[in-house]
Structures are given as structure tokens and as C-alpha cells.
Design a protein around this ligand. Structure first.
Ligand code: 3H9
Length: 707
């Protein structure tokens, strides 16, 4: 007979084995009713003389994937998860966790509190709290190292990446992999075998194999700390994770738990965690688009790419990895051979890094075909054009696509700034034309801006989102404008940097301040990496339409005129040579900057790192507000997701719009107003920002209103 403990957890007893079944779709998050059900269920099973062993198992697609993140920030409700875990561990009868799906965070901590763990072969376990600016807060930092040692425990906690069942078995955090799909039967069988062997309760807190070699354990913690100094500067939770894990080897369990709880609560209250939790939900909300309310996606079984350059090849790789057949069209045999080689190079690199085998590559390349004739695209359901950024060239490609593709096929352009309405209008089927703006390298970068022209059909937009999901991309819906969401913002915050450079900050000061904020590179390092010629071409293109009020800084052009395009020419804002492959400051660049200031009668002034950061961010935020106000982005969260996934905005800051809310919109606005005195055109505040401040509302209020 099945008894409901709460409406999320039930208990049934079969041949002396009590099954506690969690049922809280979609991911069995450990909300209050689950915690209460587990605590009461374990107590009851422990007290029941008819019960010899307890199995904790979950219905649906997964064992709990963690604490219920939606409860964070609200008043905590008892029982707390660490106490539930302790109740499980204290059960006098053997408790077995039966895992499937993704046993993550608090879910895996429940499992670690059980005395034994069995899993389906496809199970993955992990402690991804670090991705939310948190640390495992239900005993994970104390229990896992006691079983597996510092190395494997810190791998899981610091990368946040789950591991597969065989690896989990290898490091001892699961005990058995089931050899049937029927997990309930397998766990009952395992329980009976344990009972037959006389195995009893085996509290993880009393295990010590992982901490036996204390010297090696502490050395590992020390080494990780040193790595974090380089990789996670400015972040809180990774350092606290190492501190807590270290405590597992240095203090009794109860004390370690106290330390973990205090650290968890401190992280939970931090802006970093709020930023990362915002990012988590925002990335799941960008797919909520108006078109999805009524339209259904068209079928996409065969894909095409026009162009085999870096971008086209990267897109082809992303498509191939999704399991679909891909046709690549290039203008001649030589270009096609190069395109194919570009695709193969990605897989060859993966093979050399041990990420795939030759057989995997052959299987994938078996789905790839190339042609120099557009007719080869005939059977494709969706084709992405990735040729040279020139309107006439694009129109010629679209005329060919219009000719060969079947009615109802989707015609997509990867343009990063051309007017997609104009491209669509050049075809006989503007309803089928959409922008799919991939980021380079397209097989790696998560962001996909889905650019929606005026005449496109709703089901084409929905199809593009379905494709993004299939490719494992994070899609963001964007309207048509110069640069869409991301590049439009980039142009503005880069200009803010150039103004500061001309007014007195060196490019090296600016890069350092932006790195200190958390970007992996400063704007001038990025220009050097991407190639100064790229942005030079964009400036030349915009020259004719540049508004006369816009201040123009010539320094970047001065560098380009000397052929200093950055890393590829060994010289840009930095010098790159054997002595300094990552670049070192160039005194001649500073001379060029000084000469430009003198030419414009600018007396240089000092900029503190804080002012550099504030101006750079305010320019970004202000443009983001304009983009939301104009409807180019659906919500502020779409701007955040764009910058986080395409422009390396530090995730633990939540994105520029979240950062603006946390800083205070009134602070941003008053800065903009003050700086407008020196350049009214550039620093003109967005009307949306003014309205929100006047109404005492936040950007997140707009997110909430839109969902
Ligand atoms: C933690 O455990 C702290 C403890 O150490 C200590 C506590 C004291 N809560 O991603 P999907 C929702 S911290 C609430 O699209 P998938 C999600 O928003 C937690 N909701 O599916 C979405 O909702 P909607 C540590 C959650 O198959 C729906 O479920 N755990 C949670 O692509 C489907 O999600 C993590 O960080 C949650 N924990 O991927 C794991 N998780 O449909 C976070 C998901 O309304 N979760 N939702 O948009 C994941 O990584 C992925 O969701 C997962 C499934 C891999 C599980």
C-alpha cells in the first residue's frame, strides 16, 4: 500500500524494503514538501519494525536536480536540507539512494547522506552550486571528500560539471551501476544483497578513506587555491568551497558542517549569487517569445550552409554535431576544399584532445556533403548564408536560395549588421527569411541572436528557436537595427573606452580596470585579438552616416594606418613577440595617443579604475535600456543573456541590466546626467531609464511583467 507522506513524497513497503518516492516535476527540486516528506518518511521507515532497508528513489526524468532555486531569497522553510540529510544518515537501517537522470546539488547531497548509492548507467551526478555563486550547502563539502578525497571532490565543486556514472563509481561516490532499466527492482535487489551480507547503516560522516592522507589532501587544497587566484579572481564561492573542503580534513564533521552552513548563507546573500541565479533563469526565459504562443516549428531534417570560411565552417560543425545532415555550398572547388578542411580541423583538434575518436569523426563527416552548385541545397529545410558582409553579395546568394529551395524552407542570414528587411525584400518569400547571428567560433559560442525581420512568418521564428535548442545554443530574440542587440551595445561601450583613452586613460589602464571588473580581457586586448582591421572596416562603413554630433577618436585609425592590426601582425595596442606572447604595453602607442591629444587640445586627466568601470558600464547599460525601449530586445533579461553568452560579461555580475539594478538605476542615471555636461549627445540618458527612476521601478520589474 502506498502512503502519501506529503503530496510530493510517498512511502510503500515491499518485502521489508521501504521505498520513499519523490514526485515533484519537472526536476524533483527539493522544495519544502519534498524535504518534509523525506525527513518524515525516513523517520517512519526507521521506526517501523517491518522495514529492514530504505530506498530513496524519484519518479519522472531525474533524481532531484538540487534545492528548489525559486525558494532562495524567500524566508527559509523548515526542515532545512542539511537537517534532512542528517536524518537520512542517522537512520539505523541501511538507506540506499537509487539515482537516475541528473542527481545534482542538494539531490546529490541527499544521495551522499544515504549509506549506499546505486545508479542507472546513464546517470550523471554533480555539485553545480558554484554556477549559482553558491557552494554545496547540505553536507556536500564534508561528505564527498571523506569518500573521494580532495581532488575529485574539488573537481566536481569547482567546475560545477557533472560526471557520468562510471566515473562516479571509480571515485567511490556511487557503489553500483544497475544492469537493468528497472531501477526500483535493481535497488531492491541491491538492498537484499546488502542485508544478506549483514551490511548495516554506513554513515558517510564517519568514513575517512578520502581524508586519510591528510598531507596530500591539504596540498591539493593549496594547489587549487593558487589556480583560483588566477582563474576566479573576484569571485567568492570558489574560494569558500576550498576552505570548506579543507575543513573536512582538519575538523570534526559537526564543525565542518557549521563552517559550510555559514559559508553557504554568506554566499546566498551575496550579489554574486543573485547575479548567477538571475542568469540561470534568464537563459531559460529567452525562449519565451510571443510567436511561440500560437505558431509551431516547421520540420528541420536537413540543413545547408553557404560559405565555408571560419564562420560558415563553425556553423556547419555546430549543425553536424546536432546529428543532422549538412550540405555546404562554396563558389569553386578550391574554396569548397578549404571549407571542408576548416570543418575537419575542428574534429581533428577534438581527436587530438581525446574528446572524440576517428570513428566518431567518420560518422559525423558521413553526414557532410559539399557542392559548388546551389542546386545541391534543393532538399534542405533550412539554409544559413555565411558569405562576405556585403549587401549585393548577400542578395545574389538569396536570389539563388530563392530559386532552388522548396516552398516553406527557411532562408537564414548570418549577417552581423546588414539590414535583413532589405535582404528579405529582395526575395519572393520574405515570410521565410530570418537572421541567425552566430558568434565566432560558431561551434563553441553559446549565443545565437535570432533576428526577426518585419515580414517573417511566426512559425519561421519558432523554427529558429527550435534549431537553437537542437544546436545547444542560447537563443535571444532581437529586432532589426544596426548591430542588433550585442554589436550595437559593443559599439557604444567601446566608444566610451576610446573617449577615456583620448581624455587621459591609457589603453592599459582601461584594460586592467575592465579585467578587474571580471571580463577575461579588456577592450583593447579584444581588438588586438579580433584584428584591428575588422573594426576599422566597420568605422569606414559608418563614416558616411555618422551623425555630426558624434565625437570621433582617431587613435584606432592611426594604429591601423601603420598596419598594426593586433596579434596577427605582432603589434596593435600591445606588442606581441616571443618575449611577451600575451602582449606587453607599447610606448609608441602612448606617443601616438599623446600626439592625438595635443592635436585636439585635450589636456589629459587621470581616471581612477572605478571611474573607468563606471563609464564603461553606464554606456553599456544606457544603450541596453534604449534597445529594450525600442523593442529590439523583448526584456532586459534578453540583453543580459546576450552579453553573458556572446561578449564575456562576467556571469557572477548577472549581466549589465542586472548589474544596473543592483547598483541602483538612480546612481546610473545621475552619472549619465553629470557626464552629459561634457558630451550631451553620447551620454543622453535612455528615456526608459528616466521613466523607471521616476517611477521607482527596476529593470527586473520589466522582466517580471513580461512573463
Ligand atoms: C543547491 O542544490 C543548494 C544545496 O547545495 C544546498 C541547499 C541548502 N530549482 O534546465 P531545464 C526548472 S543549488 C527550481 O530547462 P534541462 C527550470 O527553471 C541547486 N527549478 O531542463 C525549468 O523551468 P521552466 C543545484 C529548477 O532538461 C525546468 O526546471 N542544482 C531547478 O535542460 C526544466 O529545466 C542546480 O544548479 C531547481 N534546482 O536541464 C541544477 N532546476 O520549464 C540546476 C531546474 O519553467 N538545473 N529547474 O523554465 C539544471 O542544471 C538543469 O535544469 C537540469 C535539467 C540539468 C537539471
Amino acid at each position: 500500500m502506498t502512503e502519501r507522506i506529503t503530496n510530493k513524497v510517498s512511502l510503500d513497503i515491499e518485502d521489508g524494503i521501504a521505498f520513499l518516492t519523490i514526485d515533484n516535476p519537472p526536476v524533483n527540486a527539493l522544495g519544502q514538501l519534498v524535504r518534509q516528506g523525506l525527513a518524515e518518511g525516513v523517520q517512519r521507515a526507521g521506526d517501523d519494525p517491518a522495514v529492514q532497508a530504505v530506498v530513496i528513489i524519484a519518479r519522472g526524468r531525474t533524481f532531484p536536480a538540487g534545492a528548489d532555486i525559486t525558494e532562495f531569497g524567500k524566508p527559509p522553510l523548515e526542515p532545512f536540507l542539511p537537517d534532512v540529510c542528517q536524518t537520512i544518515e542517522d537512520c539505523p537501517k541501511p538507506v540506499i539512494a537509487a539515482l537516475h537522470g541528473t542527481a545534482l546539488g542538494g539531490g546529490f547531497e541527499i544521495a551522499l547522506s544515504a549509506h549506499y548509492r546505486i545508479a542507472l548507467p546513464s546517470t550523471r551526478v554533480g555539485l553545480p552550486e558554484v554556477n549559482l555563486g553558491l557552494l554545496p550547502g547540505a553536507g556536500g563539502t564534508q561528505r564527498m571528500p571523506r569518500i573521494a578525497g580532495a581532488g575529485p571532490a574539488l573537481d566536481l565543486m569547482l567546475t560545477g560539471k557533472p560526471i557520468k556514472a562510471p566515473r562516479a563509481l571509480e571515485i567511490g561516490v556511487i557503489d553500483e551501476i544497475a544492469d537493468t532499466d528497472d531501477l526500483r527492482a535493481a535497488s531492491a535487489d541491491y538492498a537484499r544483497r546488502l542485508l544478506a551480507q549483514g551490511a548495516g547503516a554506513r554513515p558517510t560522516s564517519q568514513r575517512a578513506e578520502g581524508i586519510a592522507d591528510k598531507h596530500a589532501f591539504l596540498a591539493e587544497c593549496q594547489a587549487r587555491r593558487a589556480q583560483l587566484e588566477r582563474r576566479a579572481r573576484g569571485q567568492k564561492s570558489p574560494f569558500m568551497i576550498v576552505d570548506c573542503v579543507q575543513a573536512a580534513a582538519e575538523t570534526p564533521f559537526a564543525e565542518g558542517m557549521k563552517k559550510e552552513r555559514a559559508a553557504f548563507m554568506e554566499c546566498l546573500g551575496s550579489d554574486q549569487s543573485k547575479g548567477m541565479i538571475h542568469a540561470f533563469f534568464a537563459e531559460r526565459q529567452t525562449a519565451r517569445i510571443p510567436e511561440a504562443k500560437t505558431a509551431r516549428p516547421r520540420a528541420i531534417d536537413r540543413l545547408g550552409v553557404v560559405g565555408g570560411g571560419t564562420m560558415g565552417a563553425g556553423i556547419a560543425v555546430a549543425m553536424l554535431q546536432s546529428g543532422l545532415p549538412v550540405v555546404m555550398v562554396e563558389r569553386d572547388d578550391e574554396s569548397l576544399a578549404r571549407g571542408r578542411a576548416n570543418v575537419e580541423r575542428v574534429f581533428d583538434r577534438n581527436i587530438s584532445k581525446g574528446r572524440m575518436t576517428d570513428a566518431d569523426k567518420s560518422a559525423i563527416m558521413g553526414r557532410f556533403s559539399g557542392a559548388t552548385d546551389y542546386d545541391a541545397l534543393e532538399g534542405c529545410d533550412l539554409v544559413v548564408e555565411a558569405v562576405f558582409e556585403d549587401m549585393d553579395v548577400k542578395k545574389a546568394v538569396f536570389a539563388e536560395l530563392d530559386r532552388v529551395l522548396r516552398p516553406g524552407a527557411v532562408l537564414a542570414t548570418n549577417t552581423s549588421y546588414l539590414d535583413i528587411d532589405e535582404i528579405a525584400a529582395s526575395t519572393a518569400r520574405p515570410q521565410d527569411v530570418i537572421g541567425l547571428h552566430f558568434f565566432s567560433p560558431a561551434n563553441i559560442m553559446k549565443l545565437l541572436e535570432i533576428v526577426v525581420p518585419a515580414r517573417v512568418a511566426d512559425d519561421v521564428v519558432v523554427t529558429a528557436f527550435a534549431l537553437a535548442k537542437r544546436l545547444g545554443k542560447v537563443p535571444v530574440r532581437a529586432g532589426v537595427c544596426d548591430g542588433f542587440i550585442g554589436n550595437r551595445m559593443l559599439a557604444v561601450y567601446r566608444r566610451a573606452a576610446d573617449y577615456m583613452m583620448e581624455d587621459g586613460a591609457s589603453p592599459y589602464d582601461i584594460d586592467a580596470a575592465i579585467r578587474d571588473f571580471g571580463f577575461p580581457m579588456g577592450p583593447y586586448q579584444v581588438v588586438d585579438l579580433a584584428g584591428g582591421d575588422i573594426s576599422w572596416a566597420a568605422r569606414k562603413r559608418r563614416a558616411a552616416t555618422r551623425p555630426p554630433e558624434e565625437r570621433y577618436v582617431d587613435i584606432p585609425d592611426q594604429l591601423c594606418k601603420r598596419g598594426w592590426f593586433g596579434q596577427k601582425t605582432g603589434r596593435g595596442y600591445y606588442i606581441y613577440d616571443d618575449k611577451s606572447p600575451r602582449g606587453r604595453p607599447d610606448p609608441e602607442v602612448l606617443d601616438i595617443i599623446d600626439a592625438e591629444r595635443a592635436r585636439k587640445n585635450i589636456t589629459p586627466r587621470a581616471f581612477s579604475p572605478d571611474e573607468i568601470r563606471d563609464r564603461y558600464l553606464a554606456a553599456m547599460i544606457n544603450e541596453g535600456c534604449k534597445i529594450v525601449d525600442e523593442g529590439i530586445a523583448l526584456r532586459p533579461l534578453d540583453v543580459d543573456v546576450t552579453l553573458l553568452n556572446g561578449y564575456a560579461f562576467p556571469r557572477w555580475r548577472g549581466g549589465p541590466m542586472k548589474y544596473a539594478d543592483m547598483t541602483g538605476l538612480d546612481v546610473i542615471l545621475s552619472n549619465l546626467r553629470a557626464w552629459a555636461a561634457e558630451d550631451a549627445y553620447f551620454w543622453r540618458p535612455s528615456p526608459l531609464l528616466e521613466r523607471l527612476v521616476a517611477e521607482g521601478r527596476s529593470l527586473d520589474d520589466l522582466n517580471k511583467a513580461a512573463t
